[in-house]
Ligand binder design. Sequence first.
Ligand code: TTP
Length: 189
Amino acid sequence: MPKLILASTSPRRKELLEQVNIPFKTRKQEVDESKIVTLNPKEKVETLAHLKAINTPILSSDEVILSADTVVSFEGGIFEKPKNEEDAFRMLSTLSGKFHSVYSGVCIRSEKKQAIFIEKTDVEFWELTDDEIEDYIQSKDPFDKAGAYGIQTQGAMFVKQIVGDYFNVVGLPISKVVRELRSFAIYTK
Ligand SMILES: Cc1cn([C@H]2C[C@H](O)[C@@H](COP(=O)(O)OP(=O)(O)OP(=O)(O)O)O2)c(=O)[nH]c1=O
């Protein structure tokens, strides 16, 4: 049986694999994300997911590496994790009352083969007041999340509707990941 290695420090990605009962270990990857300067969200998540996968060593021939990258895209701009409170405020006030897209790129690789795919989910936010945004920023929830919100945490209160896979917004389109892992002979328990 091949062994799955999650090349991620994201607690959400770990939880989603646990949720569907796939056995795995984690291995830290080091990638300088600032090197990827493209404004195309699909290209960005695809390149970064690939970079995370190839920067994670395969230590035995039965290992399969899984990595992912998630960004928020709005009117030609890409929102990653906010750098500070001002950055988080800028992102959330820009997304207020509008639809944006969340893109995740996923890369799965073994010694023999590699698969890369992208998933998009559209999210509509209610109109947000400055007070509401400021209170949310004080909770510190935005800072480890692309677009400065967590749909699975307090950021849920901003979401009017979504079109597409909810789990993709959380950072891993888990049902597609499960299907793709089958072609690497990795299965749920
Ligand atoms: C939009 C959104 C993003 N996010 C998260 C998912 C990702 O973890 C994060 C985007 O950062 P990423 O750079 O994709 O991932 P990461 O740095 O957290 O983890 P790693 O590179 O080690 O795999 O934003 C949420 O948790 N909820 C949300 O609603």
